[in-house]
Structure formats: structure tokens, C-alpha cells
Design a protein around this ligand. Structure first.
Ligand code: KG4
Ligand code: ZN
Length: 347
């Protein structure tokens, strides 16, 4: 057997990314390059990602990202064994841009094409950096996703539950907007919360009393809005100490919900009795120190190891897409030029 080198493309949201990943014959995987160009500034004035702007920007710079990824990997296209592309779920225009770019390269050079589920990319990331056996439990928490999955294999995921409305990152972003902190909201709310005092405010812990692993974060955001309005009515503004207190209580509520639902997910997962139980977390919200350490503590309660990939691999990137294709290759066929973008594609 020889090594396998895959070029990955990702353009399902507001990051345009290309990467080259190699698996050598011993099974060791190496990221030869990973280019990520974020569009945050393009959308800054609009309070969210504008799909048309995103799609156009992806189409404009994808080729350039591919070139950069190949150059940085010192790997010409002639050495590429497969082209992996996010073919869903995501914003349709961006996904189409990526799929068209990948099809073009595949058809022109006769390189096999692999459509990859973006969520599978996130969910498989822990195996890119750590030696983790299947099945492992994955909590995917980002601006767009929030779900518990048991990864039984590279293309076999069991969903245990997830948010029924907003994702936690989205809630952090909205809360930041409500209290006048900059975007992205996660880091700015986390940093404000550091100066916050316990007990000034009490926010709900939604769905904590309901069985199962489903979560809800939109009511929490509404509760923040009401509390903010009450403070403003009383003080004629939002004093920075009270803002910090509110951020701290919001973050504590998110931590409590995630921790308790993780306990339940671990209980279900452990019934599958894997030899080495592992909880993995991925997604941008995994950057939050309070959330991370709560999850680490919960893992310890259950004697499970806790694995969080480096942040650069937790947020959207193309290395995870290339890697997912490498993991899946022994279990699937390549796609042909009929591959289409799937805006909705549950795992
Ligand atoms: O995975 P990601 O880069 O993009 C997707 O949503 O797919 O995640 C971005 C999200 C944003 O909502 C951002 O506010 C949140 O992750 N985030 C955080 C932190 N850093 C980023 N949320 C809480 N605490 C943080 N430190
Ligand atoms: Zn993502």
C-alpha cells in the first residue's frame, strides 16, 4: 500500500478553505497545508452572513486557496489521489461554489471526487490529531450546530439529541449584540464574564428537567433581553459591572445545560460499553474555557477521556474535509460528476 494524499475544499458558510492531507502506509495522518480565508469583515455591516455575498466571495477565491494549499504542501495536482469537497449541509450558494470547483479539478485531471458531509468533517476531526478508537461520543457546538453524536465509524453516526432552536454560539453572538459587545460574541461575552459576580441575576436553564439530550438556547437569549431592559429602565443604561454580571450568568446557564446534557449523553453512550470511553468536543464554542473545563470535569465523573482538537481544527477548515474522505475511502465509492449540493443533509 502507498500513501494517500487528498485535497479538501470547504465553502459551506463564511470561511473559504483548502487543505492537503496525507495518510502514510502506517496509518499516520499529516496536514500538509490548511488555508482558511474568513469572510467575517464582508458581512460585518449586516449582522449576519449574507448568502449571496458569501457565495460570490467563495467563487472568487476558491481557486486561489487551492493554489496556495498545493504550494504550501509542496504537492502538485499530479500527486493528488482524491478531491474532497463539502457537498452539504450549509448555505446553498457557497456549497455549490465548492462543488463546482471540485468537479472542475476532478474532470480536468481525472482525480476521484468525494462529496463530504460538513458535520462528518467536524465529527471525525478528533481522529485527525489523536489516536481515538470508535465508538466515541462527540459534542458538536458551534455557531450553527449543537448536537451529541456517537461516532461508530467514519460514516456511521448516531444522533442522541441536540438543540431544538439556536446553537450556543448563535446565543453568545446574540447576547453580545444585546449588551453592546463586539462580534463574534463568544470571545467578547466570555471575556466580559470574567469580571462578573455570581448571583446578581438568575437566568433559566432551559429543558434541564426534560428527559433526553435535547437542548434549547433561544429562551435564554430572550431572558437576557428582558433582564437588560430591566437594568436599562432602572439605571438609564447598562453599567459595565452589571453587564459583566449578566454575561457571567448567561455563560453559567449555558455551562450548566451543556454539562447536564453531556452527563445524559455519556450514560447512553457508555451502554455501548467501549473499551476506552472518550468524550470529544468540536466547534467554535469549544474555545470557551468555562465550557471546556466543565466538560472535562463531567468526563472525569464518568472515567471517560476528554479530547478537544486544537481550535484551528475545531472551527471550519478544509483539513477536516480531506481527512473525512480519507477515513471514508475504504467504506465508500467516489462520487461522479452528478454530485450535487445538499443544503440539508442530516448525518
Ligand atoms: O465553528 P465556528 O467557527 O463556526 C460555525 O458556527 O460553524 O463557530 C463560531 C461560533 C460563533 O458563534 C462564536 O461566537 C462561537 O463559536 N465562539 C465562542 C467562543 N469563541 C467562539 N462561543 C463561546 N465562547 C468562546 N470563547
Ligand atoms: Zn462548521
Amino acid at each position: 500500500s502507498k500513501s494517500v494524499i487528498v485535497l479538501g475544499l470547504e465553502s459551506s458558510c463564511d470561511d473559504t478553505a483548502a487543505a492537503v492531507v496525507r495518510r502514510d502506509p502506517t496509518g499516520q495522518t499529516e496536514i500538509l497545508s490548511s488555508i482558511v480565508r474568513t469572510q467575517t469583515s464582508l458581512h460585518a455591516d449586516f449582522g449576519g452572513v449574507v448568502p449571496e455575498i458569501a457565495a460570490r466571495a467563495h467563487a472568487e477565491i476558491l481557486d486561489h486557496c487551492v493554489e496556495e494549499a498545493l504550494t504550501q504542501a509542496k504537492t502538485p495536482l499530479s500527486l493528488i489521489d482524491g478531491i474532497a469537497v463539502t457537498s452539504g449541509p450549509g448555505l446553498i450558494g457557497g456549497v455549490v461554489s465548492g462543488v463546482m470547483c471540485a468537479k472542475g479539478l476532478s474532470a480536468a485531471l481525472g482525480i476521484p471526487l468525494y462529496g463530504v458531509n460538513h458535520l462528518a468533517g467536524h465529527a471525525l476531526t478528533p481522529r485527525l490529531t489523536d489516536d481515538i478508537p470508535y465508538p466515541y461520543l462527540m459534542l458538536l457546538v458551534s455557531g450553527g450546530h449543537c448536537q451529541f453524536l456517537i461516532a461508530h465509524g467514519p460514516d456511521a453516526f448516531e444522533r442522541l439529541g441536540g438543540t431544538i432552536d439556536d446553537a450556543p454560539g448563535e446565543a453568545f453572538d446574540k447576547v453580545a449584540r444585546l449588551v453592546g459587545l463586539p462580534q463574534p460574541g463568544g470571545p467578547s461575552v466570555e471575556s466580559a464574564a470574567q469580571a462578573g459576580r455570581d448571583g446578581t441575576f438568575t437566568l433559566p436553564r432551559p429543558l434541564l428537567d426534560r428527559a433526553g439530550c435535547d437542548m434549547s438556547f433561544s429562551g435564554l437569549k430572550t431572558a437576557v433581553l428582558r433582564t437588560r431592559d430591566r437594568i436599562v429602565a432602572e439605571h438609564g443604561g447598562l453599567p459595565s459591572q452589571l453587564r459583566a454580571d449578566l454575561c457571567a450568568e448567561f455563560q453559567a446557564a449555558v455551562v450548566d445545560v451543556l454539562a447536564e446534557k453531556t452527563r445524559r449523553a455519556l450514560s447512553v453512550y457508555l451502554q455501548a460499553a467501549p473499551a476506552r470511553a472518550t468524550l470529544c468536543v468540536a466547534g467554535g464554542v469549544a474555545a470557551n474555557t468555562a465550557i471546556r473545563s466543565a466538560l472535562e470535569n463531567v468526563s472525569a465523573e464518568f472515567d471517560a477521556s476528554f479530547v478537544a482538537p486544537p481550535l484551528s481544527l475545531c472551527t471550519d477548515n478544509a483539513a477536516m474535509i480531506a481527512f473525512a474522505a480519507i477515513e471514508q475511502m475504504p467504506h465508500r465509492r467516489a462520487d461522479d460528476l452528478t454530485l450535487t449540493a445538499r443544503p440539508r443533509w442530516p448525518l
